[in-house]
Write a protein that binds this ligand. Structure first.
Ligand code: GLN
Length: 222
């Protein structure tokens, strides 16, 4: 275990597990994801080159600027490798710009992975609402509302067949969805200290190493 990883009292992983999560670290909010994983006692690795994808059990594509991340994926010849892993069933979670990259339609030309059948509209909230926070009811995470931070966020305009919505704003706008190994959120769960979305993602990782116990809310992870 590397020095920047420490076990949390309510780790979702059994002690003998050796799950390694890759966090795409080309641009954007990757450090915050790694900090959250460390709080959960989960080892992570910054993915900056194609070889860093070897041996990971899941991948997080962080928020940032989707055009920049896409261009860097192309330049570094990683786009096809990430796409292939997603198609082969590797759990991949995209937050904000990461969600844009997972989508298969963003209404404009830019590099996307096209893994999740959703239509996404970038920078969907008007200038006054460029950034905002709100409490979301997310049944998959339990009863307690989830504080969600939206930063020049995209929204999901359409879900393809088999894609399940996980969260909406009060007006019905879809802001989180999943299908099988893929998870997408318009907002930034790595910024608020609530580990439930990270735990939810970790449960997508098989191999019998996961203990399906959610952290109790207010469990000291803040
Ligand atoms: N507006 C950015 C984009 O379109 C996403 C913002 C974010 O990731 N916080 O890529």
């Amino acid at each position: 275990m590397s020095v920047d990883v420490f076990p949390a009292p309510h780790s979702v992983l059994s002690p003998q597990s050796s799950v390694l999560i890759g966090v795409l670290a080309l641009q954007g909010a990757f450090i915050e994801h790694r900090q959250m994983l460390a709080r959960l006692g989960v080892e992570s690795r910054e993915v900056r080159q194609r070889k860093h994808l070897d041996g990971i059990d899941g991948l997080i594509i962080p928020g940032g600027e989707s055009t920049t991340i896409g261009k860097l994926l192309d330049t570094l010849e990683m786009t096809e490798a990430v796409r292939g892993l997603g198609r082969d069933g590797l759990p991949i979670w995209g937050t904000c710009a990461g969600m844009i990259l997972l989508a298969n339609d963003v209404g404009r030309p830019q590099t996307i992975l096209g893994l999740l059948d959703i239509v996404v509209r970038r920078n969907a909230f008007g200038s006054q609402l460029d950034s905002f926070e709100t409490d979301l009811a997310i049944p998959a995470l339990g009863d307690a509302p989830f504080r969600a931070v939206f930063i020049r966020a995209p929204l999901i305009e359409r879900l393809g067949p088999g894609v399940v919505q996980l969260a909406t704003l009060e007006d019905g706008t879809i802001v989180a969805a999943e299908r099988d190994n893929l998870l997408a959120t318009s907002f930034h769960p790595e910024l608020t200290g609530d580990p439930r979305f990270h735990e939810y993602f970790l449960r997508k990782i098989g191999g019998g190493t996961l203990v399906a116990v959610a952290a109790p809310s207010g469990s000291g992870v803040a």
